[in-house]
Design a binder for this molecule. Structure first.
Ligand code: HEM
Length: 446
């Protein structure tokens, strides 16, 4: 008797959802998951890629006629304008400047773990590397860098909220109470006009994603108010004393140009600064953890890479393809459209499973195998189209340098316990990564 197809909730929980993805690709390439209204799931490489490449038919904004706060959820000119400003932070030159800091943090935090014989790699090694890179971009001083991880989670819960069937909003009284407290705090830090504009954007965040303002999301709003007030302080200080870093370029975009018009408003830039911490920290630390987990589980691969460090770049690409930190992303059909012989109504939501597209055997030979000789794979880990990840080269730089350092400075790498998958829907990572490691004799600089 045929068994039921996996639900979205099961796919988000399983450590090995790959067989489930294969069933969707074969049996239901346009899948309507039970319990979800007007949601269609696409799992084949060609379908996912075609939707990503057609932003007019498939919008990144989940609610029609709303201009979302985050660039990644905006369409057309309003997206392109912000992307052009943010691009200043991601030129090859701007990224190259970050390389020495990335190596310093990857080395020093690994050395601390080596002294203890191991520990939880996620907070001790995977997170500090991207945190220090984003902190450098945004000018966050070392003593506040540990807050960035917490703010990233707040941001995920508010602006990247994933509505779930049956979820309930917090009571009206609680929402009013929280909002009033946040209004006082942000008003004091940013002034009444800017403060109330920012507050409105933050509290509307879940609604833009079609999600309810639950208790967790209210907490997230509180955290984001704290972060915006903090970043606003840095911007003010740097306006009067530029530091010659990327933030200077972003601040410049908020000033009126020769035509008297600023390229981006202060609210827009503060919110994009906020977006960088979730886009750049959680994804990259997950990427690093996924790579190290595989090295722990595959001693023969670990030995091969130690012997051939030139293969590390190929390893990093395969880790991203096979265990993509972003497993799925969403689009909304702007009109009724035919896909795979089925009609999708206007405003239906499409879940594009990047993690399944990357294992589609029609696109990749031996798709489930990690192959160091695969060459350029055109996988979809960073998406394609107008929203293709702006931080791709930074993430690759971090991964390649960090894995090289891990391989060069260790002589053995093992899991201390089986890691548990995180429950953030649409991502693939682990709650913790406890490892046992031993140091290698250092022969030269890596
Ligand atoms: C391994 C690490 C990373 C992965 C897997 C990843 C993945 C992605 C994906 C799939 C998208 C497209 C989302 C969509 O179209 O719906 C995206 C967009 C984006 N990413 Fe990344 N990302 C990573 C690292 C970074 C880093 C390091 C930064 C910045 C510091 C960054 C900043 C962004 C931004 C700002 C966007 C929105 C681009 C736009 O809308 O034009 N990402 N990323």
């Amino acid at each position: 008797m045929p068994t039921a197809l996996p639900t979205l909730e099961e796919l988000a929980r399983q450590t090995e959802p790959w067989a489930g993805y294969a069933r969707l690709r074969e049996e239901a390439p346009l899948y309507r998951p039970p319990g979800w209204d007007r949601v269609f799931v696409l799992s084949r490489y060609d379908d996912v890629r075609a939707v990503l490449a057609d932003p007019e038919t498939f919008s990144s904004s989940m609610i029609p006629d709303v201009t979302p706060a985050m660039m990644v959820h905006r369409d057309g000119a309003s997206h392109d304008r912000l992307r052009a400003v943010m691009a200043a932070a991601f030129t090859p030159r701007a990224i190259a400047v970050l390389a020495p800091g990335i190596e310093r943090v990857a080395t020093s935090s690994l050395d601390r773990l080596l002294e203890q014989g191991g520990g939880n790699l996620l907070p001790a090694w995977c997170q500090p590397i991207p945190v220090s890179a984003i902190a450098e971009i945004l000018g966050v001083p070392p003593e506040r860098q540990s807050d960035l991880g917490r703010w990233a989670l707040d941001l995920l819960s508010v602006f990247f909220a994933q509505p779930e069937p049956g979820e309930r909003a917090a009571s009206l009284g609680r929402r009013g109470w929280e909002r009033a407290g946040c209004a006082i705090r942000i008003g004091a830090a940013m002034g009444p006009r800017l403060g109330s504009e920012l507050l409105g954007m933050i509290f509307r965040g879940p609604q833009e994603r079609g999600a309810a303002l639950t208790l967790r999301r209210l907490e997230g709003c509180r955290g984001l108010v704290e972060f915006v007030a903090f970043l606003g302080g840095i911007v003010r200080a740097q306006r009067s004393a530029p530091r010659g870093n990327v933030l200077d370029m972003l601040i410049e975009a908020m000033e009126p140009g020769a035509d008297g018009v600023a390229r981006a408003s202060e609210v827009e830039m503060l919110l994009q600064g906020l977006a960088l911490i979730v886009a750049g920290v959680d994804t990259t630390s997950t990427f690093l953890a996924n790579g190290v987990r595989i090295l722990c589980e595959r001693p023969e691969l670990y030995a091969e890479l130690k012997a051939n460090p030139d293969s590390v770049d190929a390893f990093a690409s395969e880790v991203l393809r096979l265990w993509s930190p972003v497993q799925w992303t969403d689009r909304r059909a702007t009109r009724a459209v035919e896909l795979g012989g089925q009609r999708i109504p206007a405003n239906a939501q499409l879940k594009l499973i990047l993690g399944s597209a990357n294992r589609d055997p029609i696109r990749f030979d031996a798709a489930d195998e990690l192959r160091l000789d695969r060459g350029e794979t055109a996988d979809l880990s960073f998406a394609v189209g107008p929203h293709a990840c702006i931080g791709r080269n930074l993430a690759l730089l971090e991964g390649r340098r960090a894995f090289r350092i891990m391989l060069a400075r260790t002589s053995s790498l093992r899991l201390a316990e089986r890691p548990r998958r995180t429950l953030h829907p649409g991502t693939y990572g682990f709650e913790a990564l406890h490892v046992k490691i031993e140091s290698a004799p250092i022969i030269g600089e890596c």
